[in-house]
Write a new protein. Structure first.
Length: 479
C-alpha cells in the first residue's frame, strides 16, 4: 500500500505508522530514520518481487546530492535490495558480480516527489514514473475508494509498476460532509482502517469540525493537509493544526480577500492585493512550521485553457491518458471552461503574479516548499506537470537548485514529518531508497534538463525511458 507498506517479503519491510512486524533480526542502514527489518520466510518465494535481489552498480555518473556534498563527479552507486548500499568515488573498486548500468557521465538525481496529485488510474502512476516521479501524494479521492486501495495493493505486491502512492481518502467538506464534531471520529476511524496516511480539509469546513479533525488526526499520528478554510480566519487554521497548505492561491482567497468564482461580479480592474499583508502571513506560516505546495502549474494551465482550450488534448502526452480522464477533460472543456466570464481571466491575471511573489518570498523565509502539480485535473498531465512546476518555480525567482529541492530533499523531509516517519527518500545517500533518475544533462545549470531522462530506478528496479513509455500507454490508445 503506502510507501512504508510497499516493500515485499524480499526485504521483509512491513511497517505502518510505527507498527513493525515480528522479524528474525534487524539492523540500522546508514541513517537513524531508516531502520529496516529483514524477514526470511519460505513464503517469500511465492511473492512477486517488488525489488530485485543482489547488487546493481550505476557507474560513471555525476551525483547531484542537493546537500553540502554538492555534485560528486565520476562516481558510482551500489544498490542492493532496493537501497543505496554504497557511493563510490572515482577509482574505488566496485563489488564483484553486480549488474552494471553505464551512466555515460550523466547526472543522477533523487527520484522526484509530486506532493499534490489526484489518483484516477493505474496508468497515471506509471506515467509519473515515466517522468522520474517516484513518489506521489494523492490529495483527495471522490467516489469509491476501492480503485485506489486496489492500486496500493498492486504496488505492494509488485504487479503494478508505478510511483509510490501515499494518499488521503475523501476530502472533508468537499467529497465528504461532516456537519458536526461528532461525525469526525467515525470518519477518521474509517480512514485509519483503510490505512490512509493523512487527512485533507476543504473550504467550507466549520471551525469546530476542523478542531475535531486536528485532535483526532493527532491521536492517530496523521497530518492535516488542505485548503484554507473560508469560514474562520486563516490565522486560526495556520496556528491550530493545519500542517500542509495545498495551494499558494489559498492565501489569495483568504488573507488577500480575492474574489472567488461566485463573487467575480465585485471585481474591478483597479483592485490590487495589499502586499503589506505578505510578511505577516508568511511569518505566521514559518512560526508554525506549515509547509506550502505552491502549485503554480494548475492556475498557469487554466489561463492557457481559457485562451486556447482547443489545444487541451493535442499534446503527445494525451496518448498516455486513460479513457475516463480524457473524456472528463473533453466534457469540462465543452462545459464550464467555455462559459467562464471575462472577470475570471482578469482575476487570474491579478492572482498569478501574487502567488509567484508569495512563493519567492516564502523561499526566502525558509518555509518548507513542496513541489506539487494537481495532476490529473484538466490540462495537467501526470508526470510532465511536475517538470512544468519546476520551471515555473524558477520563473518565480528560485534558483534551479532551490526548485529541484522542492521535489526531492524537501519532499523527503515532508514525507518523514507528515506522512511516514520511516521514509528515506529525497536524496542520494547510503541507506536511502534506491529511487533515482538518470539525466543526460545537469539540472543545476538549467532546470529544463530534468526532462532529459535516460532511465528511472524505483526501489532498485531499473527502467529505461523507452520501457516506461510502453508501460505507461493505456490499452486502446489510438494516437
Amino acid at each position: 500500500m503506502f510507501r512504508s507498506y510497499l516493500k515485499t517479503a524480499w526485504r521483509g519491510l512491513w511497517k505502518h505508522k510505527g507498527h513493525t512486524a515480528v522479524s528474525l533480526f534487524g539492523f540500522a542502514l546508514g541513517m537513524a530514520c531508516c531502520v529496516v527489518i529483514l524477514v526470511y520466510a519460505s513464503a517469500a518465494e511465492a511473492q512477486p518481487a517488488a525489488v530485485p535481489h543482489g547488487r546493481t552498480l550505476i557507474r560513471n555518473v555525476n551525483i547531484v546530492t542537493l546537500d553540502e556534498r554538492g555534485v560528486l563527479a565520476g562516481a558510482s552507486v551500489v544498490v542492493r535490495d532496493g537501497r543505496i548500499e554504497a557511493i563510490l568515488a572515482t577509482g574505488q573498486a566496485a563489488p564483484a558480480g553486480a549488474t552494471e548500468i553505464d551512466g555515460a557521465n550523466g547526472f543522477l538525481i533523487p527520484g522526484l516527489i509530486d506532493a499534490h496529485v489526484h489518483y484516477q488510474s493505474d496508468s497515471q502512476l506509471t506515467n509519473f514514473l515515466r517522468y522520474g516521479v517516484t513518489t506521489v501524494f494523492s490529495l483527495g479521492t471522490r467516489g469509491s475508494l476501492e480503485p485506489i486501495l486496489t492500486a496500493r495493493r498492486r504496488l505492494a505486491d509488485g504487479t503494478l509498476v508505478g510511483a509510490h502512492l501515499y494518499a488521503t481518502g475523501p476530502s472533508i467538506a468537499n467529497h465528504r460532509t461532516l456537519a458536526t464534531p461528532a461525525k469526525v471520529e467515525p470518519f477518521l476511524a474509517e480512514m485509519a482502517e483503510d490505512r490512509f496516511e493523512f487527512i485533507k480539509v476543504y473550504n467550507e469546513i466549520p471551525q469546530d469540525v476542523f478542531d475535531a479533525v486536528v485532535a483526532g488526526a493527532r491521536r492517530r499520528n496523521m497530518a492535516v493537509f488542505g485548503h484554507m478554510p473560508r469560514r474562520f480566519p486563516p490565522e486560526y487554521a495556520l496556528s491550530h493544526g493545519l500542517n500542509v497548505l495545498a495551494h499558494m492561491e489559498e492565501l489569495f482567497f483568504t488573507t488577500f480577500e480575492g474574489p472567488r468564482d461566485r463573487d467575480l461580479g465585485r471585481l474591478t480592474a483597479d483592485w490590487i492585493p495589499d502586499q503589506a499583508r505578505i510578511d505577516p502571513i508568511l511569518d505566521l506560516i514559518a512560526a508554525n512550521n506549515v509547509a506550502i505546495i505552491p502549485n503554480l502549474v494548475a492556475p498557469f494551465t487554466f489561463q492557457k485553457l481559457w485562451e486556447d482550450g482547443g489545444g487541451l488534448l493535442s499534446s503527445p502526452d494525451a496518448d498516455y491518458l486513460d479513457t475516463a480522464t480524457r473524456e472528463q477533460w473533453r466534457a469540462e472543456l465543452q462545459g464550464s471552461i467555455g462559459r467562464l466570464p471575462p472577470q475570471w481571466i482578469m482575476r487570474e491575471q491579478i492572482k498569478y503574479p501574487l502567488i509567484r511573489l508569495l512563493t519567492y518570498r516564502a523561499s526566502q523565509k525558509g518555509i518548507l516548499l513542496l513541489a506539487g502539480s494537481d495532476a490529473s485535473i484538466r490540462g495537467v498531465y501526470p508526470g510532465r506537470s511536475l517538470h512544468q512546476e519546476l520551471r515555473l518555480l524558477v520563473a518565480a525567482g528560485l534558483t534551479p537548485e532551490q526548485a529541484l529541492r522542492t521535489a526531492t530533499i524537501n519532499g523527503g523531509i515532508a514525507t518523514r514529518r507528515f506522512v511516514d516517519r520511516n521514509a528515506c527518500i529525497g536524496t542520494v545517500q547510503v541507506g536511502y531508497e534506491a529511487d533515482l533518475v538518470l539525466l543526460r544533462a545537469n539540472p543545476l545549470e538549467d532546470i529544463r534538463n530534468c526532462d532529459s531522462i535516460v532511465g528511472v530506478m524505483d526501489d532498485g528496479r531499473w527502467h529505461s525511458r523507452e520501457a516506461l513509455d510502453t508501460l505507461a500507454r493505456p490499452a486502446g490508445s489510438t494516437r
